[in-house]
Every structure is written in C-alpha cells, then in structure tokens.
Design a protein around this ligand. Structure first.
Ligand code: ZN
Ligand code: ZN
Length: 368
C-alpha cells in the first residue's frame, strides 16, 4: 500500500529542533556555560507549556472535566502555543477521536497498536488522516469559546511570539540572548515535546492495568513524572470525565494540583470526579478477571472460580451498601438531620466492607 505524503513542515520542525538541541546546547554549555537563571527559565517554561497541554488542552478542553476563568484559559492558550502542539481546537479534536476509537488503527489518530514510533511521533509526519482534518465537528462546544478560537486563528504568530520572542526578551533582560534561546527556547521545546508525546506512546505500552484491560492504556508512576501527572492513563481512559489522573494523594499529578490550587482562589470550579464506588468496582472486577485467568489451569479450578465468584459478589454488595449509606449520611448531614443511628450503621457497614475487602485480597493474593 502506498504511504500517504510526508508533511514536510512537521518533519523539518521535529528534525531541526531535535538535532540543533542535541548539537548546540552542549556546545554552548561547554564553550560559554549556562547561568542558573537560564536553567530556572528552562524549568519554569517547561512547566508552563507542559501544564497548558495537560491542564488546558487535555483536561479542560478535550474532556471538559472542570471550568476555568477566562484568565486561566488565556494563559493556557499562550502556554499551548509555547508547547507547539497545534491549536487547542485541533488538538482536542484529535484527542476526542483517540478516546472514542482507542487502539483502532484506522480511526485512532495515534493508535498505540501501530507501534511506539507511530504513536509517539510518526502519526504527525505523514498525511495519515487528512480527510478528517479541518472538520472539527466533534469540538463544536469549543468553537463557542472565544479564547480557543482566537488562539486557533492566530496560532502562527502566537507560536513565534512565545517560542522566539519570549526567550529573546528573557535573554535580553539577563544579558545573554543566545543562552536563553538555547535553554528556555530550544531545549525546553524538545524536552516538552517528547515528554508529552510519551502519553500517546509509552503510556499505552508500559505499566499496569488496574481498572480495565479493554484498551491499551497503562498506569505508570515513572511516566507520570515525565508527563505532568498523565501517567495514570489506565485510570484516565476508563474515567475520562474525572479531572484527576492520579486519584491518590501520594500519586504525582501536578496537573491536578494546579487545578486544585486555582480552585482555592476561585479561578477553577465544577471539578468533576467519578464516585469512589465506581472506581472500586472497576478495580475489583479487574482483580476477579485476572485471578480467574490465573487459576484456570489448576486441577480444582471450577471449585476455586466458584469461591472467587461468591466472595466477589459479597464484597460487591458490601461495597454498594456501604457507599449508599454513606451517601445518605452525607445528605442527612447537609440537612442537619444526621442521627446517631445512621452514623452507627455507616460505621458498621464500613467495618464489614473493610473486613470483606481483606478476605478478598488475601484470597486473590494466594493465587498470584
Ligand atoms: Zn484524554
Ligand atoms: Zn490515551
């Protein structure tokens, strides 16, 4: 089959920026040296552009998991131009298709089933999906956002101002334009490019699948470190409407922390989260599935599978009962109607659920 035509703009952009960063940054560092302020600018701009993609393009615009004040959206639009990953409108359109048809090589724009290279960068190097582009039918809602449309319209001048103008200005302030252009401009651009591209490649290949195995998305703490918290991608693909990717406090998710920080000062609101019982049910179901397949070849597999199923059903009903009662209690508290009886019942149900969870975990662990 004939390959689609090469997109020379993208090929030259990725090749030139990568090659110049690899060549000129070390050369300049050895010959003239870099100053601490240039490294600080590198880090600040790396976070500004990376978080604009994850917090803005991804969790705000593609998935609408929260709402943000115009000032925040404006900064995301600038940061998105700095990240040089196309306009928010275009990016979100691609991303919604990715979720809808994940792993479908004909429809998912960066299907991981096409391999590492394709899902990482290859998909942008040829006109693979030209017929779909410039339609933007699946992002009609974003077309009502004036900031999104402004950024889309002026994307080219914006990316030049942000990627060339801003580093030159910072370098001029500091008295070394070339040094700043190389670190805060070039190296930062290349690093953020590949770190965010890992979300489409590595985060669909390497890691665990605690919530679902219906698609290739993985949870991986190491990838979260490189991707501003987007490494909990297995969770994200099953619960895409949740503004969090790392749901536990100990998981590294600076995008979530940013959204929470902005909420504290009233700049973001309506953060959507998936009810805890749905998260736990998904995890439970995966544990059941995995253990069932592990014991399938044992001589007494029928007996074990039956026991697993019974324990699973009990735990599931304990879980539902506990969370339902908890909801009732919360509701009652809101209406200042909470009584001792209800509180004791919730406590009892919680204890029963935790005990059954322990039984379940030791049962499944005995077969792993
Ligand atoms: Zn997504
Ligand atoms: Zn994905």
């Amino acid at each position: 089959m004939k390959k689609p035509p090469i997109i020379w703009t993208n090929v030259s952009l990725f090749t030139l920026t990568f090659a110049s960063a690899v060549l000129f940054v070390p050369w300049y560092g050895i010959t003239y040296g870099f100053e601490a302020i240039e490294w600080v600018s590198f880090i600040v701009l790396a976070f500004a552009s990376g978080l604009s993609i994850t917090g803005g393009y991804h969790r705000l615009w593609s998935h609408r998991t929260y709402k943000a004040h115009a000032s925040v959206r404006f900064l995301y639009a600038l940061g998105g131009a700095l990240a040089l990953q196309n306009s928010a409108l275009h990016w979100s359109s691609d991303h919604r298709v990715h979720h809808k048809y994940v792993d479908n090589n004909d429809k998912d724009p960066y299907s991981a089933k096409m391999g590492f290279w394709y899902s990482h960068i290859g998909w942008m190097l040829r006109e693979y999906q030209s017929q779909r582009y410039h339609d933007y039918k699946n992002v009609r809602d974003l077309q009502n956002d004036k900031i999104v449309m402004w950024q889309h319209r002026f994307y080219l001048p914006l990316l030049i101002v942000m990627n060339v103008g801003l580093p030159i200005f910072l370098g001029w302030l500091n008295g070394d334009i070339i040094g700043m252009l190389l670190l805060a401009g070039l190296l930062r651009l290349v690093v953020v490019h590949h770190c965010t591209f890992f979300i489409n490649s590595l985060a669909h290949m390497w890691g665990s699948q605690p919530y679902t195995d219906k698609n290739s998305a993985r949870d991986n703490a190491l990838i979260a470190l490189l991707t501003y918290g987007e490494g909990y991608h297995n969770y994200h693909h099953i619960f895409e409407n949740d503004y969090r990717n790392g749901i536990h406090w100990w998981q590294y998710d600076p995008t979530k922390w940013l959204i929470n920080g902005l909420a504290l000062v009233g700049l973001t609101h309506h953060r959507r989260v998936v009810p805890q019982e749905r998260i736990e049910s998904a995890r439970l179901q995966m544990q059941l599935k995995r253990t069932q397949s592990k014991v399938a070849n044992l001589p007494n597999s029928d007996e074990i599978i039956e026991k697993l199923q019974t324990e699973y059903e009990t735990l599931k009903s304990d879980l539902i009962e506990y969370y339902d009662a908890k909801k009732l209690l919360l509701d009652a508290k809101r209406k200042q109607l909470a009584d001792k009886q209800l509180m004791t019942r919730v406590k009892e149900l919680k204890l029963r659920f935790k005990q059954q969870q322990k039984n379940w975990l030791s049962l499944t662990a005995s077969f792993s």
